[in-house]
Write a protein that binds this ligand. Structure first.
Ligand code: DX5
Ligand code: ZN
Length: 226
């Protein structure tokens, strides 16, 4: 389906951390809409990545919104910290959170955008009672924890289902996808209803450079289906 211009959210997980400011600057110059920051604790997912100091440093070098994807076991303990250092939106997993509604209300009370994230094995139906309270849904198209994994094609019908739910319950809510997004899979997800694409390795791991990779992705994503 055509949801207008597709937004790009480069994930810095695949960036060269020794040149992070430069690479984010290139993404900003090339028209990125937001920067996606993957926070992992080695417990919620089997990998450790980065924390609030990275957000704090990025805030000084980019005007782009910083969205923080919290792949951690106890997100409630870190909400204030991320907001204080400059996160503009917080993405909270449905999995493992017994009080998701409370977490989401706390992010809203901190004055930030909030999104709910669902893993590949989690059905769209769990969103029914929480959709009205969020600004975006993030459908994981790989199992979270690592960059550069293969896109899971069986998530496509779920993306369509989430798009239908959004149109019924919360029109205007962003539908973002994350994992294995490249010039081929991007158009599949957009066709299914996604309007924001997270991409790490396809942008920061591309030999052609950040700007050319983003242009390729944008062109593919905005290609209208016939
Ligand atoms: C995976 C992260 C993703 C990751 C995507 O757990 O949530 O944001 O950076 O990387 P690619 O685009 O390489 O699949
Ligand atoms: Zn992510």
């Amino acid at each position: 389906m055509d949801k207008g211009v597709v937004q790009l959210a480069p994930s810095i997980l695949s960036a060269d951390f020794a040149h992070l400011g430069k690479q984010v600057g290139e993404a900003e110059q090339a028209g990125a809409d937001r920067i996606h920051v993957d926070v992992m604790d080695g417990h919620f997912v089997p990998n450790i990545s980065m924390g609030a100091p990275i957000v704090q440093s990025l805030k000084r070098v980019t005007r782009l919104p910083l969205e923080t994807h919290l792949m951690i076991s106890d997100p409630d303990s870190f909400l204030e910290e991320f907001v204080e250092v400059g996160s503009d939106s917080l993405l909270i997993h449905w999995e493992g959170n017994n009080n998701l509604h409370r977490t989401i209300q706390r992010v809203k009370a901190l004055g930030k955008r909030v999104g709910v994230v669902i893993n590949p094995a989690t059905p769209a139906s769990v969103l029914e009672e929480i959709l009205q309270d969020v600004d975006q849904v993030l459908v994981m198209t790989v199992n979270p924890g690592f960059g550069n994994q293969n896109f899971i094609h069986t998530t496509l019908p779920k993306i369509r289902r989430v798009r239908e739910m959004i149109e019924q319950i919360k029109p205007g809510c962003d539908l973002e996808v994350d994992g294995g997004i490249d010039a081929t899979t991007s158009s599949l997800t957009v066709d299914a209803g996604a309007n924001v694409l997270v991409a790490g390795s396809a942008i920061f791991g591309a030999n052609e450079g950040v700007a050319a990779a983003m242009e390729r992705l944008r062109t593919a994503a905005n290609q209208k289906k016939t």
